[in-house]
Ligand binder design. Structure first.
Ligand code: SF4
Length: 297
């Protein structure tokens, strides 16, 4: 039986291009731990306003409890993903000048970080889109959008702060939606799954706590779906679009996510998986998946 494989889904070596969009905390001035507003309720260690450093941030911008974030249940910290925006803002946009030493620029740096995070997130999805052999009919359009987004990330701080992010995001969203339809329809054809471009779309609002083990979700549109505490154990999710889906405490043990699309490491970090969970080539099994608290329901 024909099945989607890495060979017929991806272009050769495409995953290497995504490396610079992975966070390199050692090159960042702890921006996510300062720039963001966060609260205990959202799984952060304290309630704090944007621009105030987290009390666990050390003078050298390291987190003093980094190794224990999962064990302490700090899901907000575990889930946060900057897509490499931290190192870009710290080392490129502000040329290695940190907010502690250059406090006059601190507010600008934090504002730029929030914009850069969204630009890098778009770059992540566009890079993934470009890696799909199955999206080749529109690859020039994707390439142009990626090039344009990367060009914006190189702008100086004041230009970044003034940039019309919302208009750019709308353009990218439409393109990614077209990529999704194309890739999902091709995977359905190869895997012989009946394709409906909007499959599950209307039902995505609430999968909270639902048992989805008997549901055929292959090639479904689960963008923005609430999958909090949903049971996806052992489910084949090939061709499923998960852009923006909420995976907090979703059971993905033994699930096949290896050919799911637009999935990110932060979504995986907050789900409950195990060594039998299959992931896309660009993502890795979090260390805490082996921990005791992850094996208990
Ligand atoms: S606990 Fe650590 S990772 Fe979380 S916000 Fe504070 S310094 Fe950052």
């Amino acid at each position: 039986m024909a099945q989607i494989t890495d060979e017929n889904m991806y272009l050769d070596n495409s995953i290497h291009y995504i490396d610079h969009l992975k966070p390199q905390c050692e090159k960042c001035f702890g921006l996510c731990c300062v720039a963001l507003y966060f609260s205990v309720q959202d799984g952060f260690p304290t309630d704090k306003s944007a621009g105030t450093p987290c009390p666990n941030l050390e003078a050298d911008f390291r987190c003093m409890i980094h190794e224990k974030l999962g064990a302490l249940g700090l899901k907000g910290c575990v889930a946060y993903e900057c897509f490499g925006a931290g190192q870009q803002v710290s080392q490129v946009t502000f040329a290695g000048q940190n907010w502690r030493l250059k406090s006059a620029s601190a507010d600008l740096m934090f504002a730029v970080f929030l914009i850069m995070q969204q630009l890098h997130e778009m770059c992540w999805y566009l890079t993934e889109a470009l890696s799909f052999k199955l999206a080749s009919p529109i690859c020039e359009e994707i390439r142009k959008a990626l090039y344009e987004t990367e060009r914006i990330t190189q702008l100086p701080p004041h230009s970044l702060r003034e940039f019309n992010l919302s208009a750019h995001r709308t353009k990218i969203k439409v393109l990614l939606r077209n990529v999704s339809k194309l890739v999902r329809s091709e995977i359905s054809r190869i895997n012989k799954v009946t394709f409906n471009a909007d499959k599950e779309r209307k039902a995505t609002a609430d999968f909270f706590g639902r048992d989805l083990r008997k549901r055929d979700l292959r090639c479904a549109d689960l963008r923005g779906a609430c999958l909090i505490a949903a049971n996806l154990e052992g489910v084949d999710l090939s061709g499923t679009d998960f852009i923006g889906a909420d995976f907090r405490d979703a059971n993905v043990r033994g699930a096949n996510l290896s050919k799911s699309i637009f999935l990110t490491q932060s979504q995986i970090n907050v789900a409950k998986g195990n060594s039998n969970t299959k992931l896309p080539l660009t993502l890795f099994h979090p260390k805490h998946w082996d921990a005791k608290d992850n094996t208990n329901e």
